[in-house]
Design a binder for this molecule. Structure first.
Ligand code: F6P
Length: 327
């Protein structure tokens, strides 16, 4: 039987996501309960390589559950992508006698975690922290719920001015490789069209929809554009639509990083707390080299390799439903 761990660490990496602080808090408080010492690593894998870490106690994570961003800061480290970088990071963990690591982030974070496990035998558990919701092995990622609520609130404000001026607005949301944010924002704000990377949206067909809607006196429209969609950014799509149908008065808005900040919603706080707690429990039971998630209300453990390589598909019925409801 393998020996019980004594000392673990936690880091956040990649794009920050609301709820990361709630997860850090849960990791620290659960560690106390399971009798583990816990260290916080600043600036993700970059900080790990350079030994930028400190011991965390219960008081260090007081009053952070409601805060967006991450108290541990984050980074996208190019050096850690090299073998040498990872060896430096693993040596740093060994030097500090840290036997287990909890990483909170997205796909890139998990890739680094898998290499640390495989190349250096470090016991790593991953928690899905990204607003994109594009991680296989969990229904929702930490930060997604807050991001779509923020985006819908922004769209509601734009709706007022779009309606007053009878305009067609193209509103760009985040999601380089995934249409989750756009699809859910689009459904929640009753958009006429949702441009997502997973679909080959036809601008010509959208123009026909606009013409029909103007005949039945629907004079303002909202279109949600995922940044990674196949037709270009919001400005490019707006220009193309205008060139095909010059009667419409178009405007664009890019929500951008606004949707990555702010106080996490109740759903994100609860998800993050649950996952943070379970991550410590998993490590203390010598479970590692996997990502945690919640699927159908139950905790799920997905090997890093699957979490990284299996594409989490958007629900086709939601795409179809969004289209039907928009007509
Ligand atoms: O992965 C999260 C994310 O917010 C994506 O939706 C977006 O494309 C990207 O990060 C932006 O990254 P950065 O803040 O580094 O520009």
């Amino acid at each position: 039987m393998s020996e019980k761990l004594k000392r673990i660490a936690v880091l956040t990496s990649g794009g920050d996501a609301p709820g990361m602080n709630a997860a850090i808090r849960a990791v620290v408080r659960a560690s106390k309960y399971f009798g583990l010492e816990v260290f916080g690593i600043n600036r993700g894998y970059h900080g790990l390589m350079f030994g930028d870490l400190k011991k965390l106690n219960t008081g260090d994570v007081a009053n952070i559950i409601h805060r967006g961003g991450t108290i541990l800061k984050t980074a996208r480290s190019e050096e850690f992508k090299t073998k040498e970088g990872r060896t430096q990071a693993a040596n740093m963990l060994k030097e500090h006698e840290i036997e287990g690591l909890i990483v909170i982030g997205g796909n890139g974070t998990y890739t680094g975690a898998m290499y640390l496990c495989e190349e250096h035998d470090i016991k790593v558990i991953g928690l899905p922290g990204t607003i994109d919701n594009d991680i296989y092995g969990t229904d929702f990622t930490i930060g997604f719920d807050t991001a779509i609520n923020t985006a819908i609130e922004a769209v509601d404000r734009i709706r007022d001015t779009a309606d007053s001026h009878n305009r067609l607005f193209f509103i760009e949301v985040m999601g380089r490789h995934s249409g989750y944010i756009a699809l859910h924002t689009g459904i929640g704000s009753g958009a006429s069209e949702i441009f997502i990377p997973e679909e080959d949206n036809s601008i010509e067909e959208f123009v026909e929809v606009l013409k029909k809607s103007s005949r039945r006196n629907k004079l303002f429209n909202l279109a949600i554009v995922a940044e990674g969609n196949q037709n270009g950014d919001a400005n490019q799509i707006a220009a193309k639509v205008k060139s095909l149908y010059d009667k419409v008065d178009t405007r664009t808005a890019v929500i951008g990083h606004l949707q990555r900040g702010g106080s996490p919603t109740a759903n994100d706080r609860i998800l993050a707390s649950r996952l943070g707690y379970q991550a410590v429990e998993a490590l203390s039971n010598n479970k590692f080299n996997c990502a945690l998630g919640i699927v159908d209300k139950n905790i799920s453990y997905t090997p890093f390799n699957d979490a990284i390589t299996i594409k989490k598909n958007l629900e086709q019925e939601l795409i179809k439903m969004a289209e039907i409801l928009s007509l």
